[in-house]
Design a protein around this ligand. Structure first.
Ligand code: UTP
Length: 277
C-alpha cells in the first residue's frame, strides 16, 4: 500500500529516457545525478535513538554525556541537524520493577518508563548549545523546532512502544536518516551477548533486517537490536538506518560526515533495483 504513495523527488529514473534533443533544448532539463535512495530527502538531518544502555546503565555517565554533546555541537556547527530521542536504561527497568511490585499494570509500567526517558533526555537539553529547552512530547514538534534552528529532544511519547519507535516515526516524518546508538556495535546474526560466534552484518536490506528481527525475537529472553514497531516503520518508508555503538564518537562523526568507512551496520534498500538479500 505504501508503494502507491511513495515520494518522488522529480529526479529522472534511468528507465525514463528523454531524447537528447529535448534535454539540450530545455534549460530546465539540467543533469541531476540519479539518487537510488530518494526516500531520504534530508541528507543533513539525523534522528538519533540513543539507547539508555549507553549513558544510563550501571551508573549515570554524566562526563560521557557531556563529551557526546560536544561532538553533536561540533557537527551542528558544521551544518548538520539532529533530533535526539533518549532511552531509559537501567533506571527505567528498576523503577518499572518497583511499580510492578506495587501492582501497576502494563500501561502504568510504560508510563513509568516514559517518565524516566524524559528525565534522561533533560541532560541533553543542558549539553546541546542550541537545544530546545524542554523535552518534547509530540513528534510533529520536531519539524517546527528544527525550522527555528534548534535541536529537538525527546524521551518516550506513548505507552506500548519504546524510544526506537519514537525516533523511527520522526525520521519518517522528516525524510531523515535514523541512527541507533546502543552498547552493541551493529546488527549480528544472533545476540552477540549469548552467541560469541555471531556474525556482524555491514549492510542489510530492510527486508533482511525484519526477518532477522523476527527470528531473534522468537528466542526466549530475547533482547532485540531494535523494537519491532520501529523496524516496521523503518521498513515501510525504507529509512536509511545505522546501528552503531555509543563508545566510539569518532565513528559517529564518520557516519554524519558520510565517510565511506565506519564501524556498524547500515540498513538500506534501493528503490528501483533488487538488492541481493
Ligand atoms: P526505552 O526506549 O529505553 O526501552 O524505554 P528499551 O528499548 O526497552 O530500553 P533499552 O534501550 O533496552 O535500555 C523505556 C521504557 O519506557 C516505555 C517502555 O516501557 C520502555 O520499555 N516507553 C518508552 C513507552 O511506553 N513509550 C515510549 O514511547 C517510550
Amino acid at each position: 500500500m505504501f508503494d502507491l504513495f511513495e515520494k518522488w523527488d522529480g529526479t529522472p529514473r534511468p528507465t525514463e529516457s528523454t531524447s537528447s534533443t529535448e534535454s539540450a533544448s530545455s534549460s530546465e532539463n539540467t543533469y541531476q545525478p540519479y539518487n537510488p535512495y530518494p526516500q531520504n530527502t534530508n541528507e543533513k538531518i539525523f534522528v538519533v535513538s540513543l539507547g539508555g544502555s549507553v549513558f544510563f546503565n550501571e551508573k549515570l555517565r554524566a562526563p560521557e554525556i557531556a563529551k557526546f554533546c560536544e561532538v553533536l555541537n561540533e557537527l551542528i556547527r558544521e551544518g548538520n541537524q539532529f533530533v535526539l530521542v533518549i532511552g531509559g536504561g537501567r533506571v527505567a527497568r528498576v523503577y518499572q520493577a518497583g511499580a510492578k511490585s506495587m501492582g501497576a499494570n502494563n500501561f502504568e509500567l510504560d508510563e513509568v518508563g516514559i517518565a524516566v526517558t524524559r528525565a534522561n533526555a533533560l541532560f541533553f537539553t543542558y549539553g546541546i548549545d542550541n537545544s530546545w529547552r524542554g523535552v518534547l512530547t509530540d513528534p510533529k514538534e520536531a519539524e517546527r523546532v528544527l525550522l527555528l534552528g534548534k535541536t529537538p529532544i525527546f524521551g518516550g511519547t506513548i505507552p506500548g512502544q519504546t524510544t526506537d519507535a519514537v525516533a523511527a516515526i520522526i525520521a519518517e516524518l522528516l525524510g531523515a536518516d535514523f541512527i541507533n546508538v546502543s552498547n552493541v556495535d551493529g546488527i549480528y546474526s544472533a545476540d552477540p551477548a549469548k552467541e560469541p560466534n555471531a556474525k556482524l552484518y555491514k549492510e542489510l536490506t530492510h527486508t533482511k533486517m525484519v526477518s532477522l528481527l523476527k527470528a531473534q525475537a522468537s528466542k526466549p529472553g530475547a533482547h532485540t537490536f531494535v523494537d519491532p514497531h520501529a523496524a516496521a516503520i523503518l521498513q515501510r518508508s525504507k529509512i536509511r538506518s545505522y546501528f552503531i555503538s555509543g563508545d566510539d564518537v569518532e565513528n559517529f562523526k564518520s557516519i554524519v560526515r558520510r565517510a565511506p568507512e565506519f564501524k556498524g551496520t547500515i540498513v538500506q534498500t534501493e528503490n528501483t533495483t533488487t538488492m541481493n538479500e
